[in-house]
Design a protein around this ligand. Sequence first.
Ligand code: NAD
Length: 257
Amino acid sequence: MSLSGKTAVITGSNSGIGLGIAREMAKAGADVVLNSYSDRDEDHALAADIASEFGVNARYIGADMSKADDCRRLITDAGTCDILINNAGIQHVAPIDEFPTAKWDAIIAINMSSAFHTTAAALPMMRDAGWGRVVNIASAHGLTASPFKSAYVAAKHGIVGMTKVVALETAQEPITANAICPGYVLTPLVEAQIPNTMKEYDMSREDVVKNVLLKRQPSKEFATVEQLGGTVNFLCSDAAAQITGTTISVDGGWTAL
Ligand code: NAD
């Protein structure tokens, strides 16, 4: 399958899943626009590396997905957006009565509201181009809950709901909108949760991985960024043209439990 001639904008893609998706899409021939809130030489170098490795156009655009204007500017600066991957996300873990309001606001803004703003800006471009794909990176936590993750679970359920609305509003156009719901993927976001959990439960790293992180993942394996990129590419293929308004779990069986 070739994504040659298509431009993909991937939010939050200087690390982890977003970067992995960008690489898989570039491998399939797409031009890619990388993003995060920073604007460092190494961010732009990531795009240059993808361009030289896969022979596609790749750019990095700094824009803060916690800010509505930046979300919309990312899409207008990209100039064209055939495929929009809403991936930027952060996490904070605390009981609800101790959950800092600022963290709640940031998680709702970055993990959910950013997708509203980018989608609103990108849909007219997709309509002009006569083809489009919106893929929202939700989570198993978009379908189930865990304690201490109130903002994250609320934002991820919210983005699954918004995905369905986008699908209905574009149902009679050659545009689809879907959400991918990964289980645990070993990225910096997950790595950052390991030391606190080791301390909290007085456990080794191996025990945290097996008995805490992968407790609800029956395969007992992390999903990989390459698998998520492959799932995105499938959703961009002709075979997926009638798949819209739904979720695809890449979670080693988590949501089957
Ligand atoms: P990560 O921390 O490696 O990557 C997050 C990306 O978002 C980074 O590029 C970061 O710079 C960017 N980002 C953060 N704040 C931003 C902001 N204000 N503006 C623009 N970009 C910003 O984490 P990840 O694990 O790759 O997570 C990517 C997405 O996948 C998130 O939405 C996350 O909720 C989701 N997810 C991750 C897992 C997992 O196990 N890793 C599981 C399910 C869902």
